[in-house]
Design a binder for this molecule. Structure first.
Ligand code: SF4
Length: 382
């Protein structure tokens, strides 16, 4: 079930890793006229919110590494910009080839995915399908149910988060709507794996119950696997019951993001979510590994929120020792987040963290982008 043309694992902390990190931490400016074209012809439904995805091609084997660009305020003065230099290359069959330039020189070729046909369709209750779920990378559909996070509604959202400004415009998606879009994407040959995420619901299941409902409905319509992405539940027996139901519905992978391992910073950065202690995460990860297995459970640490390198690397090791892969991503401050005026971490710091983290994954027999769902966790990090 793994795409043959996207990477399952990168050991290229060298050229591609540096390039990806430089582009993410600087941002890539897209001229207004090109934004219109990207929205019409390519897979860039959120380009006007400053978010888009492209791929870097390995010079060695041609495989693609996905790069998510989030152009926050920090990107206004970026030296990188997207260029369409060769219309016949960017419009012909197998196309999507553009270039990123740094000032007045070409920096790298990039590949955009074609605009899926289902983006122009509507759900049975009349919502544009591109407002329900989008293609995040090759073969991968993503949807965020409950895009109004309960913590944001009470003014206690995580300070790096701007969930309502993410990909899709429709904030209260139902499992039925997501299932209709997943079926359309699957039939079009655009989706073999679906990541179902949720803003936190102020319920016992924190929104995981909706992800499981959606997976169940999708399973009846499309032959896909799933990643379930959720906040730790305090009720571990409910967690296990929901994860088992999710697994029975085709989920292969769990993603439970900790974001920050520095206990002294967690509650300041995440006034509600940060009340989950690292031990709470350990309990959840343990249950996830029991149900989904080694290398099928992921978490994420964000670098650039005021934490130390040691806290990140100790966290990567802690997670790895439990069979959990912790990817490390740069903080790319989002517009409309409390932290929108911050600056991303330095490239050299990210390269240091990546170089230090890779041997830890190897020590515990983990692959950064391994497993069934692991290939689809690569959007922001290495
Ligand atoms: S990161 Fe925090 S604020 Fe954002 S959706 Fe998750 S819990 Fe809510």
């Amino acid at each position: 079930m793994v795409s043959t043309w996207s990477r399952t694992y990168t050991d290229e902390v060298g050229v591609l890793g540096r390039r990806k990190t430089e582009l993410q931490t600087s941002g890539v400016i897209v001229p207004a006229e090109l934004q219109d074209e990207l929205e019409r012809k390519w897979n860039a439904p959120a380009i006007k919110n400053g978010r888009f995805v492209f791929c870097l091609e390995s010079p060695e084997d041609g495989r693609l590494t996905t790069v998510l660009i989030i152009n926050g305020k920090f990107a206004v003065g970026s030296r990188f910009h997207l260029v369409k230099t060769c219309p016949e290359r960017s419009e012909g069959a197998g196309s999507g080839r553009f270039e990123v330039w740094k000032d007045s020189e070409k920096y790298t070729d990039v590949v955009l995915l074609p605009r899926p046909e289902f983006y122009d369709r509507f759900t049975s209750d009349g919502v544009p399908m591109s407002n329900i779920a989008v293609i995040g990378e090759p073969d991968h559909l993503r949807s965020v149910l409950n895009q109004r996070c309960g913590y944001q509604q009470i003014g206690l959202g995580c300070k790096f988060c701007a969930i309502e400004s993410w990909w899709a415009g429709y904030t209260d998606k139902s499992p039925t709507q997501v299932a209709e879009v997943a079926e359309a994407a699957y039939r079009e040959g655009m989706a073999r794996h679906v990541t179902l995420s949720t803003g936190t619901r102020l319920s016992r299941g924190k929104g995981l119950e909706d992800l499981v409902d959606a997976a169940r409905l999708i399973q009846k319509r499309a032959n896909v696997t799933f990643t379930l992405n959720f906040e730790p539940l305090t009720d571990v027996s409910l967690l296990k019951a929901l994860l088992r139901e999710g697994r029975a519905a085709g989920a292969t992978t769990a993603l439970c993001n900790i974001e920050c391992f520095d206990e002294s910073r967690r509650e300041d950065i995440m006034p509600m979510k940060g009340k989950n202690s690292i031990d709470d995460y350990k309990r959840v990860w343990e249950a996830c590994v029991d149900i989904f297995d080694h290398n099928e459970v992921y978490t994420m640490a964000i670098a650039g929120l005021g934490e130390s390198d040691e806290s990140i690397l100790e966290g990567v090791e802690l997670a790895a020792s439990m069979g959990v892969v912790c990817s490390v991503v740069p903080h790319t401050p989002m517009r409309n987040a409390v932290y929108e005026d911050m600056t991303p971490p330095m490239v050299e710091r990210m390269m240091y963290l990546y170089e230090a983290a890779l041997p830890i994954y190897e020590k515990y027999g983990l692959k950064l982008y391994g497993g069934t769902g692991g290939i689809y966790t690569s959007l922001k990090g290495m």
